[in-house]
Structures are given as structure tokens and as C-alpha cells.
Write a protein that binds this ligand. Structure first.
Ligand code: IPE
Ligand code: IPE
Ligand code: MG
Length: 248
């Protein structure tokens, strides 16, 4: 009950005229959350999925238009095979179980990253979900999956070269704005707010082009503990920032 009241107070303090349009989240600390409870790391990943559902719903309700969650990095392939398989399995489960709710909540699913390296089953589920949610309008949920910021930029450069070689564009037309079309986030605004949980303060190869002027908020709680209240705290902190973009 006390927690409920606190959440309400925090919610009331949020300035609805200053809601970030795009929030990006590095969901970190699942393993440590589990370890603290003498549970296998996988238990942390499973509980983490519940926070994903919660945060997606709250984001839509708050009026956030784009939510990008870092689910699996290009470097995460270096983890033990069992853990990688478990994470991929969880993703399939999430997509299958949540599809109805996602559609009901008017959420459009988009994936940032190369899905060709994923298992054929997961790839098919993703393509199906993207197709079934493409008309949805309330919130775009970008799932960064097999995503790496450097990989994304190199991929973009290759696409630019192809377009130049095929006379589709002129080299003079490449600039900071037009290059964005070659990124996975094409046509989307840059993140206004980046949240990383678990107390780590690094980017870990996440949206390195798009985050040039993003506000960073670091939360000490592990991702499976990152509930609505913790989210509101981060939004509030963001709203107290003074964004200058190099100006005065
Ligand atoms: C984040 O939690 C989830 C993924 C990277 C997939 P971690 O698995 O990184 O948990 P910690 O950082 O080891 O505690
Ligand atoms: C970043 O977390 C990747 C995701 C959250 C998917 P990591 O746990 O992989 O990052 P590092 O290794 O601590 O930098
Ligand atoms: Mg981690």
C-alpha cells in the first residue's frame, strides 16, 4: 500500500508536457539479481521479462512514442552456449505469449540488429510479429537483438557505398541527417533518454550514433527490480536536466 502511494506521488510529479519521445534502456543486472538470491542466472532473465512487460505498458500510457530495449548484443554471443540458448528461448516465448497483448496495446514491434544469425524459428516469429503489428500506432517497441552500434554503422556505410555505386545517391548528399536513413532506427527520432540499470556506467556498444545528445540516467537497481516506480524516478531525473545541444 505504501509502495502504491509512493508510485502515485511520483506519477503526479511527472510533467506530462515533458515526456521524452524516445526512451532507450540497457536492461542490465539479471545475472547479479539471481546470484544475490542463490538462483541460476536464467531465473534473473525470466524475471526480467516481467519488467519488460510492465515497462512497455507504462511507456505507452505515459505517451512515450518509441521505446528501445537492449535484449542481446553482438558481444553476448560470447556467453556460454546454454545461457545464449536460454535467452533465445525466452524471446520466442515472450513473442508468442505476448503477441495478443502487444496488439491490444497498439504496440508496433521493430527489431534493431541482424536477425539472419538467429535460429529460423525465432526469425520466423519475429517476421510474423513485425507483420502483424506494422499498423499499430501508440508505441514503437524496438527490440535490439544481435545488435551492436559499431556493426550498425559499418552496415550503414556499406549500404551508402552500394547506393553511390548504383547512382541512387550522390556522395554530396551524405550528411549527419541523411546517414540516419542507413541505420536500423531510420525515420525515428534519436533517444531523448537512455537508462541503464544495475549501476554500470557504460554504453556497451548501444546506439552509439543515435546517443550523441541523449541524456543518460543510471539506476542502481538490477533490471528484474526495475519496476514502474524506478522508471518514474528516471523520467523525473530526465525532466530536471537542462538540454543544451551545444548551445547556451
Ligand atoms: C542483462 O543482464 C541481460 C542481458 C545482457 C541479456 P546480464 O545477463 O548482463 O546480468 P549481469 O550484468 O551479469 O548481472
Ligand atoms: C549490455 O549488457 C547488453 C544488454 C543489456 C543486452 P552486458 O551485460 O552484455 O554488458 P557489459 O558486458 O557489462 O558491458
Ligand atoms: Mg550485464
Amino acid at each position: 500500500m505504501i509502495k502504491g502511494n509512493k508510485e502515485k506521488t511520483l506519477k503526479k510529479n511527472i510533467d506530462l508536457s515533458k515526456i521524452p519521445k524516445h526512451v532507450a534502456i540497457i536492461m542490465d543486472g539479471n545475472g547479479r539479481w539471481a546470484k544475490k538470491r542463490f538462483l541460476p542466472r536464467t531465473a534473473g532473465h525470466r524475471e526480467g521479462v516481467n519488467r519488460v512487460k510492465e515497462i512497455v505498458e507504462v511507456s505507452g500510457d505515459m505517451g512515450i512514442k518509441y521505446l528501445t530495449i537492449y535484449a542481446f548484443s553482438t558481444e553476448n554471443w560470447n556467453r556460454p552456449k546454454d545461457e545464449v540458448n536460454y535467452l533465445m528461448g525466452l524471446l520466442i516465448e515472450f513473442i508468442k505469449k505476448e503477441l495478443k497483448t502487444i496488439i491490444k496495446n497498439d504496440v508496433k514491434i521493430n527489431v534493431l540488429g541482424d536477425i539472419n544469425r538467429l535460429s529460423p524459428i525465432l526469425k520466423k516469429e519475429i517476421e510474423n510479429t513485425i507483420e502483424l503489428t506494422k499498423q499499430n500506432k501508440k508505441l514503437v517497441l524496438n527490440i535490439a537483438l544481435n545488435y551492436g552500434g559499431r556493426d550498425e554503422i559499418i552496415r550503414g556505410i556499406k549500404m551508402v557505398f552500394e547506393d553511390i555505386n548504383n547512382d541512387r545517391i550522390d556522395i554530396e548528399d551524405i550528411n549527419e541527417e541523411s546517414f540516419k536513413k542507413y541505420l536500423y532506427t531510420k525515420d525515428q527520432p534519436d533517444p531523448d533518454l537512455l537508462i541503464r540499470t544495475s549501476g554500470e556506467m557504460r554504453l556497451s556498444n548501444f546506439l552509439i550514433y543515435q546517443n550523441a545528445y541523449t541524456e543518460f540516467v543510471f539506476s542502481d537497481v538490477y533490471w528484474p527490480d526495475f519496476n514502474t516506480m524506478e522508471y518514474y524516478k528516471c523520467i523525473k531525473e530526465y525532466q530536471n536536466r537542462n538540454r543544451r545541444f551545444g548551445g547556451l
